[in-house]
Design a protein around this ligand. Sequence first.
Ligand SMILES: Cc1cc2nc3c(=O)[nH]c(=O)nc-3n(C[C@H](O)[C@H](O)[C@H](O)COP(=O)(O)OP(=O)(O)OC[C@H]3O[C@@H](n4cnc5c(N)ncnc54)[C@H](O)[C@@H]3O)c2cc1C
Length: 435
Amino acid sequence: MTRRRMRPDSGAADKPSGRVSGYSAAALVRQGLRRAPDWKPAWRSHDLAESYDVVIVGGGIHGLATAYYLASRHGITNVAVLDMGYLGGGGSGRNTAIARSNYLTPEGVAFYDRSVKLYERLSAELNFNIMFSQRGHLTLAHSDASLRTMRWRAEVNKLQGVDSEVIGPDEIKKMAPALDVSDEPRYPILGALHHPPGGIIRHDAVVWGYARAADLYGVHLHQRTEVLGIDTEQGRVTGVRTSRGRIATGTVVNCTAGWSSLINDMVGVRTPIVTYPLQAAVTEPVKPFLDPVVVSGTLHVYVSQTARGELVFGASVDPFAQYSMRGSLDFIEGLAGHVLELMPGLSKARLLRQWAGLCDMTPDYSPIMGPTEVDGFHVDIGWGTYGFKAGPVAGEQMALLINDGKPPVLIEPFGVDRFLAGQLVGEKGAASVGH
Ligand SMILES: Cc1cc2nc3c(=O)[nH]c(=O)nc-3n(C[C@H](O)[C@H](O)[C@H](O)COP(=O)(O)OP(=O)(O)OC[C@H]3O[C@@H](n4cnc5c(N)ncnc54)[C@H](O)[C@@H]3O)c2cc1C
């Protein structure tokens, strides 16, 4: 592998003419004073090279983060990211942007906590405001059984230094006055798991920030480049066939989330992934009234308010496995009913838009990360409904894996062979609905 130690503003030959500092306040003033501002595109287009050291399939947060950390942490810059559409056109640009680390298993908590920490300093690192708003995350309990799970989660979280606590209806009311905490609703609110570091992030900004930074390090980002096949010889990856030609490479990383089993099929790697659509919706903007992210597993619904005032709603995955990304009327009807059970005051709010994305669900609601039985073919998949928050740590750890040639400790539990060994990392109690 070609390794080069370089800083994005080091003046290296393959660096774009724009610089990381192109987005400084001084540049903004300078450009503002010009008659015709000449902002450079955030990343460049390239011809496909004949070979790359690493080919990453999928230009979402995971693929771009992996490329960025390969280049910035390990000096591996001869890297291509291929996407059949546009960067962020998959789940990375469709999610409801919730980040948190209050998971149920020790493995999950350690992993997602690292991601929250990386997110906390990502704006500064990428010189790109990703608008991480740590306004707290409330997972509501409507039954004694779910209160018990919340207490369990709080204890697991605290043992790993993650801020998490079970609170009662009075405190919930103080944090989110719009919630109906009376005895009236069908499922009264008995308590909640409060997780102060949780919050929302601007997902497009994360995609663009990683893409711009990876480009500055010399990574080639190829949009509209579909992977059609992967060549192997004697059990090792030798190249990738794309809609724009063949690339020779010894290392391929599958970062295609909802499409990941199709890419695995190209090399005969089998994983227990089933793809389901997940829908979401947003209202027109209203005056800010909701600070924390509010999640109800029982009602299969969650809601947050963006900085612009829109309410963003999400739910569980659709009940049928398919690759369609269309919204449906029954989803929106069910969602609206459940939201009104939580916040009756929203009955006059008007929906602006609904959409869907694809989720690659695993049986234990944990990802699949690491090498496979095909030499040089790595997977970073199985992200289901929770992969946005994991983008930074997944990218960091996949880059480490490629550099060191062995899975780092943080992702060891998520290996593909855990299904054969019967060592599942059961996260359903904390991963479903509370994205
Ligand atoms: C409605 C919704 C809400 C969600 N909310 C949250 C949330 O609040 N918090 C959270 O943590 N997660 C959430 N998720 C999940 C999260 O969005 C995903 O897990 C995450 O975005 C996966 O990122 P990725 O980079 O792995 O894949 P993606 O962003 O899906 O990117 C995969 C890319 O692969 C490309 N591709 C596929 N096949 C090929 C091919 N043959 N050749 C080339 N390119 C190919 C696609 O074009 C796509 O751009 C949500 C998902 C949805 C749909």
